[in-house]
Write a protein that binds this ligand. Structure first.
Ligand SMILES: NC(=O)c1ccc[n+]([C@@H]2O[C@H](COP(=O)([O-])OP(=O)(O)OC[C@H]3O[C@@H](n4cnc5c(N)ncnc54)[C@H](O)[C@@H]3O)[C@@H](O)[C@H]2O)c1
Ligand SMILES: [Zn+2]
Length: 673
């Protein structure tokens, strides 16, 4: 096709999406898809040397919403140059280095310093520009088109961390930051919201640009500030100075800001941020690298759209759109019947996605997905779990209907709705429930029967009619060796593994039983407290509720579980077949009269004769309290090899230090005897 025609189409399409995204806060494609179209346009503009007048590559932001007062920014607000990969980042840096060299050639008397870099997180929210005059917050605005934004002062005032007045009173300043919705807040909000928000970015942007500040307040937004864009009277020499100014004036500055003199170290830091990404309580879509020295920034200047002294390094997108093709229903070990969505295959964060979770019937209703079959939906992937469907792209209910089953897809038993979930109550004869229970029983954290998988459980069920975990202990060599794809060796190995599992401890056994709402840590707590299987089985609700981390639901689940004669019969059978469910070893009495007793001890550096965990355990047995950081409360620091800042701090505070590992081990042994 004629490149000009393609460009015209791309410009029209991108401008439509800009309007959806910036003006309506309701994008209909993901950022990943938008960026792909944008990059295509940039490439064509470069190739043809031509730029259409309304090209989005020439402008910042989008149209303003009616109903807000307009605010003309005292200095323009920019977009950011982007790098998608290390090469592009390298060229950004190479250009900066070259520009500095050129400058220095022209100004040999007053050269710019060597480049150094600040690395910040790139928050995914809404740009904010706050105006303070003589110490008072007088206006707050969105970025708008970069020159004029929408005044949203009443909305901004609902953000509790935004200072309404600041100590700095010398004229007018404008401060930029990002308004965000914390992910934990989004989760809470969506639990009860009539209409759940699709993501935190749209949640924050939509709330800040809502004419009713009450709506903004309900979203409990947050903000991080990163720039002083304008000031009458104050100049900064460096990024650090600017950040100090922001902190001193009570703005919330993100703690993850790092500084580097070497560009290779910047790259390393990017990898680190990427790793940290999934543990943060807010969305980031990359990192921003900024040149630290302000005079260098001035020398490098701006293009029409962005500063040359900063670049955004974009991480792989976690969100995209695809078509919801079908929904199937799966039965879990507890009888819960959950929907699994099949979607049109799509690339997301380096993997091809075809299945997505829908959680439960309640979730389908709340996300308005009941009539979404065959339509486009947003999906998001976080960590390694299978992606989740966030909602429909458009509001219309024009798709096929998702039919909720009335009967168990596996056994045909009528289903019961409990809360938001469907359940099959046919515990004793529903194949996937039985296979799920036995597989869970054999799993690593439970009875740890090696080589056992859900395939094994299925085969035992189908060919040997094994219906419950207890029957594993009755299996014979003759039975196993006849199974399809089994041989003598495999049969022997499985029998040995089953035999070995008889020695598993009480906590693992309790976990293996698969008591509803009772995970590994509760099982361990029950084992430590009761130290006897029958005592757990006899416990009543009042008793259980008094235990740490046990609420009404858990207590009830435990009591109901052991009230089932089928369960009790299975347990007794296992015990009679040699399962021990051993009580945990009694904790050793903690010494109260050792050198370490009552002391607060910190371990740092590398020990060679034992791990730090082992050392901690021994110290605790000798009555010490082992903590992680050095403070005035610390009594003793054990410093292994390459001890760093903790050792320095301890010395500074005059805390007793043992730096000789042999000496430390000798003391431990002496006191233990
Ligand atoms: N899905 C869609 O339909 C659609 C449409 C338009 C734009 N978009 C998305 O928006 C992007 C365009 O972005 P843009 O021009 O609005 O912003 P940008 O990506 O160019 O980045 C500039 C913005 O980053 C923010 N930012 C966050 N942390 C920062 C920090 N530490 N320092 C400085 N700035 C920081 C600021 O708000 C600033 O305005 C596209 O890449 C695309 O992903 C999506
Ligand atoms: Zn069933």
């Amino acid at each position: 096709m004629d490149p000009k025609l393609t460009m015209e189409q791309l410009v029209a399409e991108l401008n439509k999406h800009n309007y959806q995204y910036y003006t309506l806060d309701a994008p209909v494609i993901s950022d990943k898809e938008y960026d792909a179209l944008y990059d295509q346009l940039v490439a064509l503009e470069k190739e043809t040397g031509m730029t259409l007048p309304d090209s989005p590559t020439q402008r910042v932001g989008g149209e303003l919403l009616k109903g807000f007062v307009q605010h003309r920014h005292l200095a323009p607000l920019w977009s950011l140059d982007k790098a998608q990969n290390i090469e592009q980042l390298g060229s950004w840096n190479a250009r900066a280095v070259r520009l500095v060299q050129d400058y220095n050639k022209k100004n040999p008397d007053n050269p710019l310093p060597e480049l150094s870099y600040a690395v910040e997180l790139k928050f995914d929210g809404l740009t904010l520009n706050l105006t303070y005059t003589n110490g008072r917050l007088v206006q707050a605005a969105t970025r708008g088109n970069g020159v004029v934004g929408e005044g949203i002062l009443p909305q901004i005032k609902t953000i509790k961390s935004v200072p309404l007045s600041i100590p700095y009173k010398d004229g007018t300043i404008e401060v930029q930051g990002e308004g965000i919705m914390n992910l934990s807040v989004l989760e809470e909000y969506n639990k009860t919201a009539a209409e759940p928000l699709k993501n935190a970015r749209n949640g924050a942007a939509g709330a800040l640009r809502n004419l009713n500040p009450k709506v903004t307040a309900e979203r409990r937004l947050n903000a991080y500030f990163y720039n002083v864009g304008y000031s009458d009277n104050i100049r900064f020499d460096s990024h650090k100075e600017m950040m100090d100014f922001l902190r001193e004036n009570h703005f919330k500055v993100n703690p993850y800001i790092t500084y580097f003199d070497n560009f290779d170290d910047v790259m390393e830091q990017l990898a680190e941020i990427q790793e940290r990404r999934s543990s943060l309580d807010y969305l980031i879509d990359g990192a921003v690298i900024k040149i630290v020295d302000m005079r260098t920034r001035e020398a490098l200047g701006y293009t029409d759209k962005f500063p040359r002294w900063a670049v955004a390094y974009k991480f792989e997108a976690e969100e995209t759109t695809t078509v919801l093709e079908s929904v199937s229903w799966n039965v879990g070990r507890t009888g819960k019947v959950t929907p699994l969505a099949r979607v049109e295959a799509v690339e997301l964060a380096g993997v091809t996605v075809q299945n997505c979770t829908l959680n439960n019937v309640g979730d389908i209703e709340r996300k308005n997905l009941k009539y979404a079959l065959g339509t486009r939906v947003f999906i998001r992937r976080s960590n390694d779990v299978i992606p989740e469907i966030l909602g429909k792209v458009t509001e219309e209910n024009d798709g096929g209907e998702i039919i909720y089953p009335e009967h168990c897809p596996a056994c045909g038993f009528p289903l019961e709705m409990r809360g938001a979930h469907l359940f099959c109550n046919n515990k004793l004869n529903c194949r996937p429930q039985i296979i799920g229970r036995i597989t869970h029983f054999a799993s690593r954290d439970a009875m740890d029967i090696e080589t056992f998988s859900d395939k094994t459980a299925g085969q035992l069920y189908d060919e040997l009619n094994v219906h419950e975990a207890a029957e594993l202990y009755e299996l014979t060599f003759e039975q196993l060796v006849k199974l399809d794809r089994f041989g003598e060796k495999k049969a022997m190995n499985l029998l040995e593994a089953i035999e070995k599992s008889k020695g598993r401890d009480l906590a693992s056994f309790l976990y293996a039983l698969g008591i509803p709402n009772t995970g590994k840590s509760t099982a361990k707590m029950l084992a430590d407290h009761y130290r006897d299987l029958h005592a757990v089985m006899k416990a009543d609700i009042e008793e259980l509720i008094a235990l740490p981390d046990v609420g009404g639901i858990v207590a009830e689940s435990i009591v109901n579980f052991f009230a089932d004669p089928f369960v009790v019969a299975g347990i007794e059978k296992m015990l009679s077949l040699g399962v021990q469910a051993k009580a945990p070893e009694a904790p050793q009495a903690v010494k109260t009269d050792s050198f370490f007793s009552g002391k607060t001890v910190v371990l740092t550096g590398t020990l060679h004769q034992m791990t730090r965990d082992e050392a901690s355990a021994q110290l605790e047995a000798l009555g010490a309290k082992v903590t992680g950081s050095v403070s005035a409360k610390t009594d003793l620091l054990i410093a292994g090899e390459k001890a760093g800042s903790k050792l320095a701090k301890a010395k500074q505070l005059g805390i007793q230090v043992i730096e000789d590992e042999d000496e430390f081990i000798r003391l431990l042994n002496e006191e233990a005897n």
